[in-house]
Design a protein around this ligand. Structure first.
Ligand code: S3P
Length: 186
């Protein structure tokens, strides 16, 4: 009987500024697969920044585009996929991500993220008078959704990038039925 080898597709979800893109880049190098950032794909497609798109077309139009891009990417080959922080807001995305990869929730608290992002000008949802309050509201809504979507939760607190990546690799090795070595074929 031939063994079904799932496509190697670790998917990172989590709040903006949680470190998804940095972890994804290192993880891609370790696993030898391409790294795709759904926000970068969206920006390439719209030919401008997400912030500008939000301002002119609104959040709903962005979410439609995000859903479309996630649907396309999760039909593709092996990759490490970093998603935008709000991707889990839509049930269709949560189901699609979970069904088509191993989803890792990179969990940081609003306070940790605030320390990292308080000077950020790129993220449209944080351009408000009180970004910490906004992050707390977002976290209250999203934390349960990230958990619902994820196969495992990685608490980022106190861990260096290298430690985070090691933890992800160890976890993936346990979760892919044939082990990571045999799952890397696209
Ligand atoms: C968003 C997070 C952003 C980007 C967009 C919306 C959000 O991605 O998709 O600005 O709703 O939290 P990052 O998580 O990479 O910042």
């Amino acid at each position: 009987m031939s063994e079904m080898i799932p496509v190697l597709r670790p998917i990172l979800v989590g709040m903006p500024g949680a470190g998804k893109s940095s972890v994804a880049r290192q993880l891609g190098q370790r696993l030898g697969v391409p790294v795709v950032d759904s926000d970068a794909v969206i920006e390439q497609r719209i030919g401008r920044s997400i912030r500008s798109f939000f301002e002119h077309e609104g959040e709903a139009a962005f979410r439609d585009l995000e859903e479309q891009v996630i649907a396309e990417l999760t039909r593709g080959g092996a990759m490490v996929l970093a998603t935008g922080g709000g991707a889990v807001l839509r049930r269709a995305n949560r189901e699609r991500l979970r069904a088509n990869g191993i989803v890792i929730y990179l969990r940081s608290t609003p306070e940790q993220i605030y320390r990292r992002l308080h000077k950020d000008t790129k993220r449209p949802l944080l351009q408000v008078v009180d970004p910490l309050a906004r992050l707390r509201e977002m976290f209250a809504v999203r934390d349960p959704l990230y958990r619902e979507c994820a196969h495992f939760v990685l608490n980022a607190r106190g861990l260096s990038l290298a430690m985070l990546v090691n933890k992800v690799v160890m976890q993936l090795d346990l979760m892919y039925p044939a082990g990571l070595g045999k799952s890397c074929a696209p």
